[in-house]
Design a protein around this ligand. Structure first.
Ligand code: GDP
Ligand code: IMO
Ligand code: MG
Length: 428
């Protein structure tokens, strides 16, 4: 298959960045299609660590990178990230990065609103506070400022007025000060040339790339259970994170996504609020958090940890049309004598094999576990299937069986090359 789409199959932080970086040397272009700088992707290459939020992870391997129309873009953050990664030796100019001219912008007013709402809420979502939700609200409300607007002062001025008219009462209600329209216009005009240098009709660029027989790697952010439709609503992000969004969020059409590679952690984590049936509050949970270094890249918050939930990933396989998975962080389970896998739930005395839509029901699910023997050997850094202890092989095979998808790749440490290829997604 020519194209591959990488998506998170749980609640995010599955190791998408590492896998996209690894796969990108087999691709010609890497495309982000949703989310924004709420994402945090850590890539480890030798003694260098790269932390990316908005830039597609292909930039590290010097691949053409596209930020598609489905992404919400904080232009200040984009310039800062380009500068930061530049200081690590990766120079990013318009020959390496394309920004969709029809992508919507995240402005400081979006961040203000996101943070003020979270501060005032009794039922917090636990957002990253980066303005993602409010920016998508303005997008679907048809009042957002888009990248192309930066080239048209008159249109920009009118759009700012319209946008601020909408935000003024919201800000007042939350006790935020009014915004100076002229100052915002001046700031945007100041950064416009730097941003516009990357702006293009990204769909047209991609169309040409595909017609010339090149390979596209789509990079999802967040995870299927954070999808605004399919996730644990309202404890979700504000975009569609499932693989189908790769088409709409890039302009490539429904055949574009190709092979769907779900990134799956060998256990489960979640950052922020919301239901989590297999969450652990004991020393096993602490082991996963400590050994797995489960701290958010963006906010530094501790991630909640729990056993592998096969019911949840089975649902994700269906929602995304997953062709195969990359199983990550198997090494974090090293040394645990017994492992548990959730195969389904009990709800009000009944068996249920999926996550129901209702929030109350989601909160009442009792996981049904199957126990498996752990392994005392180390899998950390294993580069061959043959290096894995028999119990680890059994664990992986059982996961495949329960979720109904094969393992295409296995990741055994944060390092780029500690990756085992079982079947090549670009040739499957
Ligand atoms: P993403 O948001 O899906 O890209 O994932 P993050 O980068 O937020 O979180 C994954 C974390 O696990 C990062 O710190 C990675 O360096 C690390 N990581 C990725 N794969 C592995 C693995 O197989 N084993 C271990 N121990 N760490 C991994
Ligand atoms: P990556 O790409 C994990 C979570 C937040 C919060 C909810 C809504 O690194 O996997 P938002 O700021 O998007 O409105 O927050 O979504 N969240 C993530 N959790 N990984 C992410 O991205 C996330 N991006 C957002 O913690 O619960
Ligand atoms: Mg992350």
């Amino acid at each position: 298959m020519a194209n591959v789409t990488v998506i998170g199959a749980q609640w995010g932080d599955e190791g998408k960045g590492k896998l996209v970086d690894w796969l990108s040397n087999r691709a010609d272009v890497v495309v982000r299609f949703q989310g924004g700088h709420n994402a945090g992707h850590t890539l480890v290459v030798g003694n260098q660590t790269y932390k990316l939020s908005l830039l597609p992870s292909g930039v590290v391997q010097g691949k053409l990178s596209i930020i598609g129309n489905g992404v919400v873009v904080d232009p200040w953050h984009l310039l800062k990230e380009i500068e930061g990664i530049g200081a690590q030796g990766i120079k990013i100019g318009p020959e390496l990065l394309v920004l969709a001219d029809n992508a919507c912008l995240i402005l400081p007013i979006h961040r203000d609103l996101d943070q003020a709402r979270e501060a005032a809420a009794t039922n917090k979502i636990g957002t990253t506070g980066r303005g993602i939700g409010p920016a998508y609200e303005d997008k679907v409300g048809r009042r957002a400022i888009r990248v192309a607007d930066l080239a048209d002062r008159e249109a920009l001025e009118a759009k700012i007025d319209r946008l601020l008219a909408h935000h003024a009462p919201l800000r007042a209600g939350l006790g935020l000060p009014p915004v100076d329209a002229a100052a915002l216009l001046a700031e945007l005009e100041d950064l416009a040339p730097k941003i516009l240098a990357f702006a293009q009709p990204a769909w047209l660029k991609l169309d040409g790339i595909v017609k010339s027989g090149k390979r596209v790697l789509f990079e999802g952010a967040q995870g299927a259970l954070l999808d605004v439709d399919h996730g644990t609503y309202p404890y979700v992000t504000s975009s569609n994170t499932v693989a189908g969004q790769a088409a709409a969020g890039s302009g490539l059409g429904p055949k574009g996504p190709g092979y769907v590679l779900g990134i799956v952690k060998a256990y489960t984590t979640r950052v922020g609020e919301g239901p989590f049936p297999t969450e652990l509050f004991d020393e096993v949970g602490q082991h996963l958090g400590t050994v797995g270094r489960e701290f958010g890249t963006v906010t530094g918050r501790s991630r909640r940890c729990g056993w592998f939930d096969a019911a949840l990933v089975r649902q994700s396989v269906a929602l995304n049309g997953i062709s195969g998975i990359a199983l990550t962080k198997l090494d974090v389970l090293d040394g645990l004598p017994t492992l548990k896998i959730c195969t389904g739930y009990r709800l009000n005395g009944q068996d249920i094999g999926y996550l129901p839509a209702g929030l109350k029901a989601q909160g009442q699910l009792e996981p049904v576990y199957e126990e498996m023997e752990g392994w005392s050997e180390t899998t950390q850094g294993a580069r061959s299937w043959k290096d894995l202890p028999a119990s680890a092989v059994k664990y992986v095979r059982r996961i495949e069986e329960l979720i109904g998808a094969p393992v295409a790749l296995l990741s055994t440490s944060p390092q780029r090359d500690d990756t085992i290829l079982m079947r090549d997604p670009f040739h499957d």
